[in-house]
Design a protein around this ligand. Structure first.
Ligand code: MTE
Ligand code: MO
Length: 430
């Protein structure tokens, strides 16, 4: 079972993959017992006093008691795992991106959740924050946070993706990392109140069709939400991964519209006005519309299309050593659950089904994994998501054929990472 003898880019059958992987483990333990070395993963000679067979420094004396007793922070050895501004940041900071290449599973730690704000982060005192519900309702409401916290709550995992995520890929292949190119997506377990319950408390009038949501930031961000979405799975959230929302995610209250373009999940939510028609705010007329090749603009393109991206190996990483490695990434769809992710290591000629970590949840990040043996040959890695609505993530050329290159939003094409024979990974358009 020598990895170097595997065919270039071969997709090994399940039984073979399993046996090869187990053989590796056996070799490593053999080597540990003083046997053969020089295999990937095999035990190397000690180069520091802290490596076996020595007793490491941190076992010879007690640790520092409590590092951060009141609120923990990551290990100092993880200080490179950070959110990131664009390489050429605009004069006013507008967005930070999630380090997708460094994260595991599907939950984005709160300190690494991407941010997009149009007028900065308002320093809201929750005691002085209210949610007004008015318009086509029987009983207008003015709710404080205490009142909202007394509603029945739900906790659900959902992604938020800025519809401008990956927008530069409509043009030339970006030179940055997966974080730079696709980092305007994050996932969290949100806790809050069903919008339907709050609207029921106010009592909808028969002519109610749309709900205007307004944020309490200096942008007074406003978007129109179709009533069907408001009554389906929309949430008013105050919890993010088990603690109160972070200020940059909308503390103390945000609207969450699962699967819809991130812009509509209004942060710092202060007002809901029920109407009988969309409100045609700036953010759904001048902005967040999609200019088509024929010069018309698509309005109200709410759900984010099915999408996936390989996070490792990904651009700017370098593969060290040949042999087994897991290709892994994230898939999501604004239309529901991910049902399948296919992976190709030869630029889309052959595909194999990736394993999905369960439980796969609707409109949530889904982790996929695909075993691969890299023999040192050039390879082009791709992933293709499919959702329960039967939507298939398009190739870049298919997306450009339907949407053209004028649109800045809703880029969901298949991402291609090129692995060079020296192990360097880069972004290519195929
Ligand atoms: N009030 C308000 N809500 C807002 C925004 C804003 O600037 N103000 N930005 C929107 C945009 S464009 C996106 S993509 C998401 C980003 O959410 P996040 O910053 O929690 O990642 O919030 C949306 N909600
Ligand atoms: Mo956005």
């Amino acid at each position: 079972m020598d990895d170097d003898r595997a065919e270039p880019g071969a997709l090994a059958p399940e039984s073979l993959r399993r046996r090869r992987f187990m053989a590796r483990g056996a070799v490593a333990s053999l080597a540990a017992a003083g046997g053969a070395a020089a295999l990937p993963g095999a035990v190397q000679a000690a180069t520091s006093d802290n490596l076996p067979p020595n007793v490491p420094r941190w076992m010879r004396e007690p640790g520092a008691g409590f590092l951060n007793p009141a609120y923990g922070v990551p290990s100092p050895f993880e200080q490179h795992v950070l959110r990131k501004l664009p390489d050429t940041p605009p004069p006013f900071p507008t967005a930070t991106r999630t380090p997708l290449q460094s994260l595991f599973g599907t939950i984005t730690p709160n300190g690494l959740f991407f941010e997009r704000h149009h007028a900065g982060v308002p320093p809201i005192d929750p005691a002085q924050h209210r949610l007004m519900v008015h318009g086509l309702v029987e009983r207008p409401l003015l709710l404080d946070m205490k009142a909202l916290l007394r509603f029945p709550a739900v906790s659900r995992s959902h992604f938020i993706e800025c519809s401008g995520n990956s927008m530069a890929e409509f043009k030339a292949p970006g030179k940055g990392s997966v974080q730079d190119i696709h980092g305007l997506i994050s996932g969290a377990e949100w806790t809050g109140v069903r919008l339907a319950d709050v609207l029921a408390e106010a009592g909808l009038l028969p002519s109610a069709r749309w709900v205007l949501a307004e944020g309490a930031d200096a942008a007074a961000m406003t978007r129109s939400v179709p009533l069907a979405k408001a009554l389906d799975d929309a949430l008013l959230v105050y919890g993010q991964n088990g603690e109160m929302l972070r200020p940059e995610q909308g503390y103390p209250l945000r609207l969450l519209l699962p699967g819809f373009e991130g812009n509509m999940s209004i942060k710092w939510l202060r007002r809901l006005k029920v109407g009988d028609a969309p409100f045609h705010t700036r953010e759904e007329t001048a902005k967040y519309t999609d200019l088509m090749p024929d010069g018309t603009a698509r309005l109200f393109t709410f759900p984010m299309g099915v999408k996936s991206v390989i996070t490792a190996p990904s651009a700017r990483q370098v593969l060290e050593g040949h042999g087994f490695r897991e290709i892994t990434g994230l898939a999501w769809s604004g239309h529901g659950r991910i049902t399948r992710v296919d992976v190709s290591v030869d630029g889309g000629r052959h595909w194999g089904a990736a394993a999905l970590d369960g439980p796969v949840q609707s409109r949530a990040l889904t982790r996929f994994r695909f075993p691969w043996v890299w023999t040192g040959q050039e390879a082009i890695l791709q992933s293709r998501g499919v959702d329960e609505g039967g939507n298939v993530q398009p190739t870049r050329s298919a997306l450009l054929a339907s949407d053209g290159q004028n649109s800045a939003y809703h880029y969901n094409a298949i991402q291609s990472w090129q692995v060079a024979s020296n192990g360097e990974v880069g972004n290519v358009h195929v």
